[in-house]
Design a protein around this ligand. Structure first.
Ligand SMILES: C[C@@]1(CC(=O)O)C2=NC(=C\c3[nH]c(c(CCC(=O)O)c3CC(=O)O)Cc3[nH]c(c(CC(=O)O)c3CCC(=O)O)/C=C3\N/C(=C\2)[C@@H](CCC(=O)O)[C@]3(C)CC(=O)O)/[C@H]1CCC(=O)O
Ligand SMILES: NC(=O)c1ccc[n+]([C@@H]2O[C@H](COP(=O)([O-])OP(=O)(O)OC[C@H]3O[C@@H](n4cnc5c(N)ncnc54)[C@H](O)[C@@H]3O)[C@@H](O)[C@H]2O)c1
Length: 201
């Protein structure tokens, strides 16, 4: 079994190519668009919803079946066709440097889509390494219930506080104590957060 390293990546300037225009392609595009507007789809057909999406985003549609030139220079390839021969062709002809998501067969690619929880800066990604996406979803639901509603703003406050602490003249021990305190005794009220930040300015 291949061992996958969990990571958070920036897709800016990356060339993303999705092969196939069905349900899975649609699911992948919805996940990718908030992080990268420029995406190419290579597929003879598109779902209705994808047809609408290409009108309103920087998605380019190559209305062809997949050939080698579509894979050249791609940084990130999503295999999402319903044709096993094409799916295999892509895994065999993708550039060695590309990240390949093989939605038809987990271990044929080198990158998996996890299920994710996103609350502002907080991002949690869960994967079962292709064992059970349904279990991944179940774990997501239970973690989501345990995250307080105020976390979104509270984590922004932690970010701001940490920037100020890093710029301060405090010793390393004092910095660590303050950072620890902010987590052990969370401040959720906006006015209290502002007061706390003012003291450091
Ligand atoms: C996280 C999520 C994101 C997303 O897809 O958006 C995701 N699958 C989701 C749902 C889901 N997928 C499938 C079902 C039907 C039930 C079932 O088969 O179990 C359901 C359930 C449903 O639809 O409710 C079928 C399926 N999935 C894969 C294969 C191929 C294989 O197993 O080799 C097949 C068979 C295809 C076929 O039958 O031909 C493979 C992968 N699916 C992954 C991610 C990656 C591993 C993540 C992990 O290990 O946890 C991985 C390895 C690769 C990848 O695609 O990156 C999303 C989570 C739910 C959510 O968050 O809502
Ligand atoms: N990872 C997952 O979570 C997951 C879940 C379900 C299915 N799948 C797998 O994903 C794949 C796609 O499933 P789907 O439901 O989106 O299928 P779909 O039938 O909705 O769409 C398939 C698309 O592939 C296109 N296509 C076919 N041959 C092509 C070629 N040679 N070149 C380019 N495009 C081509 C079709 O025109 C169509 O747009 C299947 O292999 C399926 O097993 C993965």
């Amino acid at each position: 079994m291949t061992n996958f390293l969990p990571f958070f990546i920036d897709l800016k300037d990356k060339k993303i190519v999705i092969i196939g225009g069905g349900n899975i392609a649609e699911r992948r595009i919805k996940r990718l668009l908030p992080f990268r507007e420029h995406i190419s789809i290579v597929s003879p057909t598109l779902t209705e919803s994808l047809e609408q999406m290409i009108q309103s985003h920087h998605i380019s549609w190559v209305k062809e079946t997949c050939q080698k030139q579509h894979l050249q220079h791609a940084d990130f390839i999503v295999i999402a066709t319903n044709d096993p021969t094409t799916n295999r062709y892509i895994t065999e002809n993708a550039p060695a440097s590309a990240w390949v998501n093989a939605s038809h067969q987990a271990d044929a690619g080198n990158i998996h889509f996890p299920t994710t929880i996103e609350k502002g800066r907080l991002k949690i990604a869960i994967s079962t390494g292709g064992a059970s996406p349904i279990l991944a979803k179940k774990i997501k639901d239970s973690i989501e219930q345990a995250i307080p509603d105020q976390y979104d703003k509270y984590i922004d406050f932690l970010f701001e506080a940490r920037q100020l602490i890093k710029q301060s003249k405090l010793t390393n021990i004092e910095r660590k104590q303050l950072l620890q305190e902010l987590v052990e005794s969370p401040i959720y009220a906006h006015t209290e957060q502002q007061k706390w930040l003012e003291q450091l300015k």
